[in-house]
Design a protein around this ligand. Structure first.
Ligand code: HEC
Ligand code: HEC
Ligand code: HEC
Length: 420
């Protein structure tokens, strides 16, 4: 007994071997317990679900979580911070409370307000335990010395106190509250979508200042020149024609019998949703399929409309070989245009980009071969692109506003940047 106690005292003094005393040390350097391991593993998974790396890893340097990637906001650019455990330039010296305040309350280490380019308005729905697990995982990544000055905004937006107004208008802090009327699976899906998944950051319509229009959650928004469609269960504009399995397959592989992901969503799928567990993907799908959106009630344009006649001819010549005359495509290879909700979104941006620039679905580890959609921008005039997309948007059960040559022209300059 005596000897054991002596060892304990020495251990406490030196901070080494503390685990030999039976009590858990505050932090056993390099010797995490089994409990720590499972917390770190859970944190690693949540960091993937929350896609922290998407912004905090600069694609030019590849240093994981070392920051420096510019994030667009309605006010200008904000650089994502260094969140490696580097003591000097990262968050190594932060307390867990400071980390929690940053992620769930949008506050910097000295209480200053962070810009909502950091999606804290969604992460606030996470539980404190989940945020602590993320911190535990981030503590294990290699520290990188990389000073980042996040605030690159012009006056007056560079004054962080101005964000107090934004927070009052748009920020509703608070952990997710489960709905006892719904199943455990639905609530898990709601938690993932509203919290760590921050799907609304792209899919929820925003005010001029980038605040969520809370009455229209997940009903579609244009971000970085791409339209993130309505992902409620709305029949015309949303996922109404998708099954739960269709949603799971899309989030897991980047495509399904109805659609293929491109643009920012393909990044999201490769880095985040393709790595989520099957039960979590199923929970997300169950939740999304239970959300009602506003239903589109429009009638399709008449078949005799001049744009429709021209569009039908172009479709027959250039598109029907792959997508079939009735738009039905080929299962898992060529999207079914009759069922793709992206085709009849109120905003034609994504549709126009696909037709002008072509695209390739993402290749995820689970499904390595990805078919491509050729670019037609070089071959068709603005009016022709407008006609064929108007035709597609008003055929096979779709009804959506016509596209004008001007709409097409606005997306043309991106050709020179090799966009798409
Ligand atoms: C959509 C992009 C984006 C995502 C996703 C994102 N962040 Fe951020 N984060 C930022 C930006 C931009 C800043 C800088 C904000 C500022 O300075 O006002 C930031 C700031 C922070 C800060 C404050 C750092 C400091 O030095 O002040 C922490 C901590 C942080 N993020 C952690 C995380 C974690 C953890 C995740 C995942 C759960 C995450 N972020 C996901 C963009 C993002
Ligand atoms: C960085 C922005 C961004 C984030 C975050 C994001 N999405 Fe998307 N999402 C998009 C864009 C853009 C599209 C349209 C892609 C296209 O046109 O191919 C899209 C498409 C989709 C589609 C297909 C809709 C259709 O009708 O074709 C689904 C389903 C979807 N997202 C679900 C989600 C879920 C669930 C989350 C959160 C876990 C999420 N997205 C997070 C940008 C985003
Ligand atoms: C060589 C075969 C081929 C031809 C020809 C073709 N497509 Fe595609 N198309 C594809 C493939 C493959 C995809 C899926 C790739 C992706 O989404 O990244 C696709 C995707 C699309 C999408 C996106 C569907 C979604 O789920 O969001 C639209 C819209 C589209 N095509 C319209 C057209 C139109 C209009 C034409 C004629 C001007 C055309 N395509 C010609 C093969 C083709």
């Amino acid at each position: 007994m005596r000897e054991g106690l002596g060892l304990c005292v020495t251990a406490l003094l030196t901070g080494v071997l503390a685990s030999a005393c039976g009590s858990r040390p505050a932090r056993a350097d390099n010797e995490p317990s089994e409990q720590d391991f499972s917390m770190i593993e859970r944190g690693r998974y949540l960091t993937t679900v929350a896609d922290c790396a998407a912004c905090h890893t600069n694609p030019d340097s590849h240093d994981l979580f070392a920051g420096g990637r510019p994030i667009e906001t309605p006010f200008g650019k904000v650089l994502a911070a260094n969140i490696t455990p580097d003591l000097e330039t990262g968050i190594g010296s932060w307390t867990d409370a400071q980390f929690d305040a940053a992620v769930r309350m949008g506050r910097g280490p000295d209480g200053e307000r962070l810009y909502p380019a950091m999606p804290f308005p969604y992460y606030t729905r996470m539980t404190p335990q989940d945020v602590r697990a993320i911190r535990a995982y981030l503590n294990t990544v290699p520290p990188v010395n990389n000073p980042v000055r996040s605030n690159q905004l012009p006056f007056p937006f560079n004054i962080r106190t101005g964000m107090a107004v934004w927070d009052t208008m748009y920020f509703e802090p608070g952990t997710f509250r489960p709905d006892p009327q719904k199943s455990a699976e639905w609530n898990r899906g709601a938690y993932l979508v509203q919290g760590p998944g921050h799907c609304g950051a792209c899919h929820t319509p925003k005010t001029m200042l980038g605040g969520d229009l809370k009455q229209q959650p997940l009903q579609g928004y244009t971000i970085q020149g791409w339209f993130a469609p309505n992902i409620t269960n709305d029949l015309q504009l949303g996922l109404g024609r998708w099954s739960v399995e269709d949603v799971v397959t899309y989030l897991k592989t980047g495509h399904n019998r109805l659609a293929g992901a491109s643009g920012p969503m393909s990044e999201e799928i490769v880095d985040s949703s393709s790595r989520m567990s099957d039960p979590d993907l199923h929970a997300i799908a169950v939740y999304l399929k239970d959300l009602s959106g506003t239903s589109g009630t429009g009638k399709p344009l008449a078949a005799g409309n001049l744009q429709m006649v021209a569009g039908a001819a172009i479709y027959r010549d250039l598109c029907s070989a792959c997508h079939a005359p009735d738009g039905s495509g080929v299962d898992y290879l060529i999207p079914n245009l009759a069922l793709a909700s992206s085709v009849s979104s109120r905003e034609p941006t994504s549709l126009l980009r696909v037709v002008l620039h072509g695209t390739q679905t993402v290749a995820t580890p689970r499904e390595p071969t990805a078919p491509a959609m050729p670019a037609f921008g070089w071959q068709l005039t603005d009016a022709q692109v407008a006609a064929v997309t108007t035709y597609v948007r008003n055929s096979w059960g779709h009804a959506a506003p016509a596209v004008s040559a001007g709409d097409v022209h606005k997306l043309r300059p991106l050709d020179s940047e090799g966009g798409g």
